[in-house]
Design a protein around this ligand. Structure first.
Ligand code: SAM
Ligand code: SF4
Length: 479
């Protein structure tokens, strides 16, 4: 919908799915010469909320901002351009963003030339854009997830016309292979293998904010991974809302396990992927993980609930038994594999007994880590039409009981590593103590360790000396 010069989102349109082929844009991405100096002697501050998809989008935003001459700064104070890349997954994520937007308004009074940009999943919601239009008049540019490639044009428009620019398309989405990127890390990289989601879990806003499931072509992914390997990257994480669905929209005989095999062949030391939906997890994927030592023995396998009825009304398409079957196969085939999961508590109508089923599943699976959330109704989703009938204090109390269990098993799992020697990919000196380094094991555990002169990006052997709930301590093994 277009009002004046505003292109506004619509969740109903965003929900539509057709069989139309996905457009892939490959033309050279460039910015007109005269605008390449727009940011000269100016700075930008970029804040990213939410998941890895947003982190990766922010790397593209950085690429585009720096093509225009802007330089990055770590604080919004004094920046000439502020960009907020937002997350819509839960109401508290949105409240945080609105809180920040309100707080940062004063910067616009101090510097009227400041350009303030809001983008990401929140802007795909009509209610959010309406609220920005009504209450946040210091926001100059609003663009959606399907308008990422339009960022430089929108910035130019806001800058020269001194007008507010709102451009949010609600559509299935395209693939842009031509966008610049400045990666946040030198040894670990995110690689999108697909965009969007067609699962439509009843509570989730992602299929509306990110469009349809659309896979990048395998050649494009493999090229990107090979280049990263040549540049010395040590770890690549293949990204998608449900990577198991990779390829289904473009190939009849090439699926995620085929891609994973080929990515493993590039010889990159560490390959990870996220997220996998338990529903279409194939045996070939498990075999591929088991047969390739550079695919890391760690999996994030969201369970959401341990109760059959709740899983059904969540639209998750598996039962707790089917979840367990995938879990057990992974555990049997991949030595030492670590698991993390996502759990939602307080879904509409969840009874104490149904919540107890989730706790029982936690006892069975003994996850290394779990991200736990209180159910948050998202406008436009099927679940938001159900009565949100679990009182907040009950939800909070369930979350507390759940988190206690999560912490218990996290510590129990970490304690098993004491005395063992594990490979750690070094991130760098620890934030709290520069004499201590930090990095991740192949099983995705954060280790703080003492060492002599290690460089970030190195994989070193570390002896684990102590275990805490969320981290391990260790010392580098000198041979
Ligand atoms: N695609 C991934 C999957 O299905 O596992 C995860 C996507 S989402 C960014 C991450 C997690 O947020 C979900 O696994 C779910 O636990 C949680 N989540 C999504 N919608 C939610 C809602 N309305 N309320 C509470 N938690 C939610
Ligand atoms: Fe949301 Fe479900 Fe898609 Fe994950 S699989 S992004 S939870 S709809």
């Amino acid at each position: 919908m277009k009002i004046d010069n505003y292109s506004l989102p619509n969740l109903k349109t965003a929900q539509k799915r057709t069989k139309d082929e996905t457009m892939i844009e490959r033309s050279l991405f460039d910015i007109p010469e005269e605008y390449k100096h727009l940011g000269l002697n100016k700075t930008y501050y970029l804040r990213t909320y939410g998941c890895q998809a947003n982190e990766r989008d922010s790397e593209t935003i950085r690429g585009m901002a720096e093509m225009m001459g802007y330089l990055p700064v770590q604080s919004p104070e004094g920046a000439d351009l502020i960009i907020m890349n937002t997350c819509a997954i839960r109401q508290n994520a949105e409240d945080r963003v609105f809180g920040e937007l309100g707080q940062l308004k004063r910067l616009k009074y101090e510097n009227p030339d400041l350009i303030f940009v809001v983008c990401g999943c929140m802007t795909q919601e009509e209610e959010v854009v309406a609220r920005i239009l009504k209450t946040y008049d210091h926001i100059d540019v609003v663009f959606g997830t399907h308008n990422l490639h339009r960022f430089p044009d929108l910035l130019v428009q806001a800058h020269f016309n001194k007008e507010r620019v709102i451009e949010v398309y609600s559509k299935e989405g395209e693939i842009y292979e031509n966008l610049p990127v400045i990666r946040n890390m030198k040894s670990k990289a995110w690689v999108n293998i697909m965009y969007g989601c067609d699962k439509f879990c009843t509570y989730c806003i992602v299929p509306y904010t990110r469009g349809k499931e659309r896979s990048r072509l395998k050649e494009d992914i493999l090229n990107e991974v090979r280049i990263l390997a040549e540049e010395g990257y040590q770890e690549v994480t293949l990204l998608g809302q449900n990577v198991n669905a990779y390829g289904k929209d473009v190939y009849s005989d090439y699926d995620f396990s085929c891609l994973l095999k080929e990515v493993a062949k590039t010889g990159l030391p560490r390959i990870r992927f996220m997220t996998s939906h338990p529903w279409d997890f194939t045996d070939e994927m498990i075999d591929t993980m088991a047969e390739n030592p550079n695919i890391m023995p760690f999996i994030h396998l969201p369970m959401q609930s341990g109760n059959t009825e709740i899983l059904k009304i969540m639209g998750r398409r598996y039962t707790p038994q089917e979840y367990l079957s995938v879990y057990n196969k992974l555990k049997e085939r991949i030595k030492g594999i670590a698991f993390s999961t996502d759990i939602i508590v307080g879904f509409p109508n969840e009874t104490e007994q149904q919540f107890q089923d989730t706790l029982d599943m936690m006892d069975l699976c003994q996850f290394d880590n779990a991200y736990t959330f209180i159910y948050s109704p998202r406008s436009g989703t099927p679940a938001s039409k159900m009565e949100d009938n679990i009182p907040l204090d009950v939800k909070r109390e369930r979350l507390q009981r759940l988190n206690k269990k999560v912490g218990f098993y996290a510590l129990k799992n970490n304690q098993k590593w004491i005395g063992q020697i594990v490979p750690v990919l070094v991130d760098g000196p620890s934030k709290k103590n520069p004499d201590v380094y930090s990095g991740y094991t192949d099983t995705n555990k954060l280790v703080n360790f003492t060492a002599d002169q290690v460089q970030s990006g190195q994989i070193v052997q570390v002896e684990i000396t102590a275990a805490k709930t969320w981290t391990l301590n260790g010392k580098q093994l000198v041979v």
